[in-house]
Design a protein around this ligand. Sequence first.
Ligand SMILES: C[S@@+](CC[C@H](N)C(=O)[O-])C[C@H]1O[C@@H](n2cnc3c(N)ncnc32)[C@H](O)[C@@H]1O
Length: 234
Amino acid sequence: MSMTNQATLCTDVKYFFDPFVIKIEMDGNGDVWKPTPHGMALAQGMAKVPHVFCGKTVIEIGAGTGIHAILAMKLGAQSIDITDINEMVITTANKNADKNNVEFRQTWVRDWMNFEPSEPYDVVLCNPPFCKAGTPNRRWFITELMEQSSRFLKSGGYVIFCQSSMANFPFTEKELKGNNFMYEIVHKTRELFRDYYFTEPGFIEESRQVPNGFELIDDEYIETLQVYLGTLKF
Ligand SMILES: C[S@@+](CC[C@H](N)C(=O)[O-])C[C@H]1O[C@@H](n2cnc3c(N)ncnc32)[C@H](O)[C@@H]1O
């Protein structure tokens, strides 16, 4: 279970992923993606499968604040390389690594889809962009992840990521199998919609097109989040 402590006098927020406390500095102007319920779910899923990270070489795609990369190191990863398309993000992620006494091996400001890794990794870690993606069912990044992550991985390597029911679970499961992955769901939770789901044009209408995309409970919109662990078959 994770807990957040919104500090009032400084910009650090503390997260507890038993038994690790991670301190995250938020940049003041909102350029860096704040950890969201999706991000929290991914971290909770990671904490349930420490063997996936322990002693492994990891690459995080879209590192944001660095919270997942830091957790991977706390879980015993041999090394972590991070990429993000946003330079400000990488600067903040590096600051957060220092704050938590871990080191990222390499950091790249890069669109990962055009990125050729110099070596294959044991693990690809990702909290895919979702709501701001702007294409039907918000699946574009997840589909790319299914299709492209094998070029970053050794045989037997893992991809671990979080997804909302609104991005269509059966579709992802079909794509995982179609791209030579076995998979399991290592964490599942249900969360209230975030406020901006209601303000983004077309978002609710689009989500209605996805079978079982959301539930209504006491007139509140609820999404299910699942953390998938895919293993690339030999
Ligand atoms: C949902 S956020 C996840 C951030 C962080 N892992 C977290 O959960 O707090 C997605 C991140 O992916 C980055 N991103 C988006 N498109 C990208 C791309 N094509 N290549 C690399 N990073 C990308 C964004 O800048 C953002 O920081």
